[in-house]
Write a new protein. Structure first.
Length: 421
């Protein structure tokens, strides 16, 4: 059984970062700043979101911790050992052997019957098969392969973001979450070889690649000076922004892991209510020139009564025409994380993933509780889905066409691994 019964690091980093950013705006004329931040539709920083929470600009600090594509771990990031104070060694590939987990045969749904495609030019839709998971009978544990270890700030100190690209896994860390201080990005390639790009003037890492370009949010001096920048991690302009796009900060607040990723024309929002938004930024190369890319995965839409279904499943449909129906039987006292549920995200070869937690609240005395029993559904292109339990202490922090990334933090060490479904 997978418990993950430790404090949720996403919530801890979000709340701590928000507190720091609130203090940093102490000298602002708040009323005037908020009037300036009001957009054309009448929404403004500080308004209540659909769940009734107040979205203060201070929560922009929380954004920097979520690994995306994005989260927002965001995205912050895995089960932590807060009492462990391990000195931060130099960045190097992990000496930890590959994690091997003996599992029972995974519970897999039956391949649905596919009827002849209609005589239209639209993609043929595959009927959805129901794939269920229950906290009363957790699925087998997901095998993973360790890539390496990165030195990062302790839990609650600074921001943390993870993204996967065609050249490896990028980890951003080091500032207070507001973007006012420089960050560092470490890239671990698929062979475990690591390199460091220091002193980047940016905030949250949203996506990495295609190519050696990172896409990050950036907060300027004023509330309206917010946007997304492209920063090459190699070449003559390494570490400097080669392109930028203004953005509405209200769309970048309080997001869970996997909220951003790669679309056909650029980095996109993945959350259901934002999936019709244009790309947050078009792709560029290391010189800032437009880059076309034909390797984008299908996008996924989740239909459910609540935003992302509250992590309780629903009908997921890909832009390729395949559908999956996921039934989630969670504990009645399941926790509700501060940043909400992650949207479905793509994986390699036309597959996808869906991540949620199904166990009881491990600590109902704290705000938002402590989620337990994290699980992941591997969505196959034929319409089947297989549920797995996420190994204890690990969290899914990024997923795209190059793979699904998990991470766990011990003290100031963040171990990175890839899922092997």
């Amino acid at each position: 059984m997978n418990s993950n019964d430790t404090p949720d690091p996403i919530d801890e980093r979000a709340i701590a970062a928000a507190d720091r950013l609130v203090a940093s705006f102490g000298d602002l004329d708040t009323e005037a700043a908020l009037r300036d931040a009001r957009d054309g539709s009448g929404s403004m920083v500080g308004e209540r979101d659909r769940s009734g929470r107040v979205r203060w600009i201070a929560v922009a600090a929380a954004v920097a911790l979520v690994i995306g594509g994005t989260v927002a771990l965001a995205a912050n990031v895995a089960t932590r050992s807060p009492n462990t104070d391990v000195p931060a060694p130099s960045l190097a590939p992990s000496s930890v052997p590959d994690t091997t987990v003996e599992t029972a045969t995974p519970v897999e749904t039956t391949t649905p019957n596919v009827t002849d495609p209609p005589a239209t030019t639209a993609p043929a839709e595959t009927p959805a098969a129901i794939s269920s998971v229950s906290y009363l009978d957790p699925p087998p544990v997901l095998p993973i392969r360790s890539l390496g270890t990165v030195s990062v700030p302790a839990v609650g100190v600074g921001s943390l973001g993870v993204a996967i690209g065609d050249l490896g896994v990028a980890v951003s860390h080091g500032n207070d979450g507001s973007g006012a201080e420089p960050i560092q990005i470490d890239v671990v390639d698929f062979d475990g070889v690591a390199r460091t790009i220091p002193n980047l003037a940016a905030g949250a890492l949203l996506a990495y690649g295609p190519g050696d370009v990172a896409y990050l949010s950036q907060q300027g001096a004023g509330l309206q000076e917010f946007g997304v920048v492209a920063v090459p991690l190699t070449g003559d302009r390494v570490g400097t922004a080669v392109a930028s796009t203004p953005a509405d900060i209200n769309l970048f607040l309080e997001y869970p892991p996997l909220s951003f990723g790669h679309g056909v024309d650029g980095v996109v929002h993945r959350r259901s209510y934002l999936r019709d938004q244009p790309p947050v930024m078009a792709y560029v190369d290391v010189d800032g020139q437009p880059l076309s890319w034909d390797g984008a995965a299908p996008t996924f839409a989740l239909e459910s009564p609540n935003d992302e279904g509250g992590g309780l499943g629903g009908v997921i449909t890909s832009s390729a025409g395949t559908s999956w129906t996921l039934s989630v039987d969670a504990a009645p006292d399941r926790a509700a994380p501060f940043v909400g549920a992650s949207p479905p995200a793509p994986g390699p070869n036309g597959s996808g993933i869906y991540v949620t937690h199904i166990g009881p609240d491990a600590n109902p005395t704290v705000d938002f509780g402590e989620p337990t029993m994290w699980v992941i559904a591997a969505l196959e292109p034929d319409g089947t889905a297989t549920w797995w339990s996420i190994p204890d202490g690990w969290q899914v922090v990024a997923s795209d066409v190059w793979g699904t990334v998990l991470a766990r933090q011990t003290g100031t060490q963040l171990e990175i691994a890839l899922a092997e479904f």
